[in-house]
Design a protein around this ligand. Structure first.
Ligand SMILES: Cc1ncc(COP(=O)(O)O)c(C=O)c1O
Length: 490
């Protein structure tokens, strides 16, 4: 291969290329349509600029670790205490993943079994409920286990468990469904109130959170977000939680990579400020699809309850994914990961500046994390139209509500842009300026199509010349910063 050759167009002879070629040959022998879908997926991922803030590209080492026989093993329980025989290798994997997570985040304790972020949050909620409600109730009744309770006492306990309160960030302010919203099980378990953002600055208003907490007196104050473009002062949130005797639960699913990479420290560090911290492992942290729960400051008493994720809300852990989490945490421990995390934030800032100077309005007027929230009504389209027009032009984003969104949660008025994936490809600030230019080129040419009763909120019109031009420009960026170059042609 010469230096100038495109690595994605030639057959490579690297271990990664050999592994994937062989794997696809084996899969093809059983179900060729799935092998084809796998090929299509990498080709699509290579042909679009990925700006989905919750996605990334895991390393071949992480991905390959998942395709192993650990998938076959049942291992309900915890390290050394399993309900199944033959778990010695799963024990090795789970212990290593947990130890590495503790090292990466400076956490006293890490539970690496949750299959996803929603599972991690469920484990955390039920650990807090067990510590605060179930254990004291059992002690009052002189029982050690729920199975020892009479039917009447069991009913009383179930009512108490279902009668607790929590506070979370409003959905249109960037919060997440799992933080007590009615369509999610968390909203059916807890009575919930949400805090929003300041009407003018669109920033989190800590006085408002404090006033709400004092009035509502929750058992859990939840911090964390999926579409808020600013960092959160967790030390202030902890002060508020302490004032009302609540647990502070921090869901760092989106920004765990920035914590691991040392971008969010001190007052902004979840572990140093939260009692309990949950995360996904597949977003900015760049690991396999999965979740994790850790204890933070003064959260030590929760560890024994977190450990009961199984049988509480989980069955058998996915040992192949726990193994891949360990590999990802080993990568996050490398000094290069800190550089990666800083570049994510620098790239988001550069992207935000590039958009602003071309006339886009950003929610909160900027960013200090990995994401930018663009109010696309500044271009005369809905979030849904912007998402489609960008997708047709080689740029993958997702539409998102903005604070007080006039277009509601389906059509929305925003698009959320995140930089973890493009940063993994090696793009820098100058590339972000080009990405901003492509996005503004698309959005300034897209307009609502006409529906029967006036302008459509879903369909858009735009000249083919614009989408062709922008797809070409996106392709140039991707050729210069290829995805999985060591895997080569697939
Ligand atoms: C803040 C937050 N918590 C939890 C989740 C749920 O994660 P998962 O999709 O892995 O269940 C997400 C996913 O988007 C998230 O953004």
């Amino acid at each position: 291969m010469t230096d100038s050759a495109n690595p994605l167009e030639i057959e490579q002879d690297t271990p990664e290329a050999q592994s994937y070629r062989s794997a696809l040959e084996v899969i093809s022998g059983v179900e060729p349509r799935i092998a084809d879908a796998i090929r299509s997926e990498i080709n699509d991922q290579r042909n679009y600029l990925k700006l989905i803030a919750s996605e990334n590209y895991a390393s071949p080492a992480v991905l390959l670790t998942m395709g192993t026989w650990f998938s076959d093993k049942y291992a309900e329980g915890t390290v050394g205490h399993r309900f199944y025989a033959g778990c010695q290798n799963v024990d090795t994997v789970e212990q290593l993943a947990s130890d590495l997570a503790c090292e990466v985040f400076g956490a006293p304790y890490a539970y690496v079994q949750p299959h996803s972020g929603i599972d991690a949050n469920l484990v955390a909620f039920w650990a807090m409920l067990a510590a605060k409600v179930e254990t004291p109730f059992l002690a009052e009744q002189g029982e050690k286990h729920v199975n020892g309770l009479s039917e009447t006492d069991w009913d009383t306990l179930r009512n108490k468990l279902g009668n607790q309160r929590m506070i979370g960030m409003a959905l249109d302010a960037g919060g997440h469904l799992t933080h007590g919203f009615r369509p999610n099980i968390s909203g059916k378990m807890f009575a919930q109130r949400s805090y929003g953002v300041d009407d003018t600055t669109e920033m989190l208003d800590y006085d408002n959170v404090r006033a709400l907490a004092k009035e509502f007196k929750p058992m859990v104050l939840t911090a964390g977000y999926s579409a808020y473009p600013r960092k959160v002062n967790f030390a202030k949130m902890r002060e508020i939680a302490d004032e009302v005797g609540a647990y502070l639960m921090i869901d760092m699913a989106h920004f765990a990579g920035l914590v691991a990479g040392g971008v969010f420290t001190g007052d902004y560090d979840p572990i140093a400020n939260g009692h309990i911290v949950t995360t996904t492992t597949h977003k900015s942290l760049r690991g396999p699809r999965g979740g994790m729960v850790m204890t933070g400051r003064d959260g030590g008493d929760l560890a024994e309850y977190i450990d009961k994720g199984c049988p509480m809300v989980l069955g058998g852990p996915m040992a192949h994914v726990m193994a891949a989490k360990a590999v990802a945490f080993a990568e996050a421990k490398l000094p290069t990961f800190a550089g990666y995390a800083q570049r994510i934030v620098d790239n988001a800032a550069a992207l935000g500046e590039g958009l602003k100077k071309r006339g886009a309005r950003l929610v909160t007027d900027g960013t200090d994390n990995h994401l930018v929230l663009v109010d696309v009504t500044s271009f005369g389209v809905t979030g849904r139209q912007a998402e489609s027009a960008l997708n047709d032009s080689g740029v993958i984003v997702n539409r998102n509500s903005i604070p007080g969104d006039p277009n509601g949660a389906w059509y929305t008025s925003g698009v959320r842009l995140g930089t973890p994936a493009l940063t993994t490809l090696g793009m820098g600030a100058a590339d972000m300026d080009e990405v901003a230019d492509i996005i503004c080129d698309v959005l300034s040419h897209a307009e609502p199509a006409q529906a029967k009763n006036g302008p459509s909120k879903a369909k858009y019109l735009m000249g083919d010349d614009v989408s062709d031009r922008c797809r070409q420009r996106s392709a140039e960026l991707l050729t210069a910063n290829p995805l999985y170059p060591t895997v080569g042609k697939i």
